[in-house]
Design a protein around this ligand. Structure first.
Ligand code: FES
Ligand code: FES
Length: 152
């Protein structure tokens, strides 16, 4: 099997995997990083969302061969030591999560949006396609707006 080298949450990793293995399974099964969740496997639910070179991607639909040499960030890599990322902090303060399953992906999508714009409109927030079966969308919108005020 070929070897692929990239960074995950700032740590250099090399994994042996088939070229078409989904990044989601490399993260979860080979590296033990379980924040990214499996929901659909077909780029529909977005529960597996992580950042690659700072941009949100669905890891179920991203091949490991596509992240060779790149920087992968999962929800485990957002906090700075004991200091939560502003999006995580807003999520806690507004008690966004219900069952929680979709929430790592929701937070990573929110970070991607706030990295692109510090003042997102309701339409830009609603354009996030991550599905929440508990329908926490209202709290997600409020938390993104709260986090926007505290982004570095
Ligand atoms: S698991 Fe649903 S989009 Fe990746
Ligand atoms: S919090 Fe349950 S699916 Fe989103």
């Amino acid at each position: 099997m070929p070897a692929y080298s990239f960074t995950v949450n700032g740590n250099a990793v090399t994994v042996n995997a088939p070229a078409d293995m989904a990044l989601l399974w490399v993260l979860r099964d080979k590296l033990g990083i379980t924040g990214p969740k499996y929901g659909c496997g077909v780029n529909a639910c977005k529960a597996c969302t992580c950042l690659v070179d700072g941009h949100a991607v669905t890891t179920c639909s991203t091949k490991v061969s596509a992240v060779q040499g790149k920087e992968v960030t999962t929800i485990e890599g957002l906090a700075n030591g004991d200091t939560l990322h502003p999006v995580q902090q807003a999520w806690l303060e507004l008690d966004v999560a219900q069952c929680g399953f979709c929430q790592p992906g929701q937070i990573m999508a929110a970070v991607d949006l706030l990295n692109r714009t510090r003042n997102p409109t309701d339409a830009e927030i609603d354009a996030i396609e991550n599905v929440c079966r508990c329908a926490t969308y209202g709290r997600i919108r409020a938390a993104i707006k709260a986090a926007a005020e505290n982004m570095p």
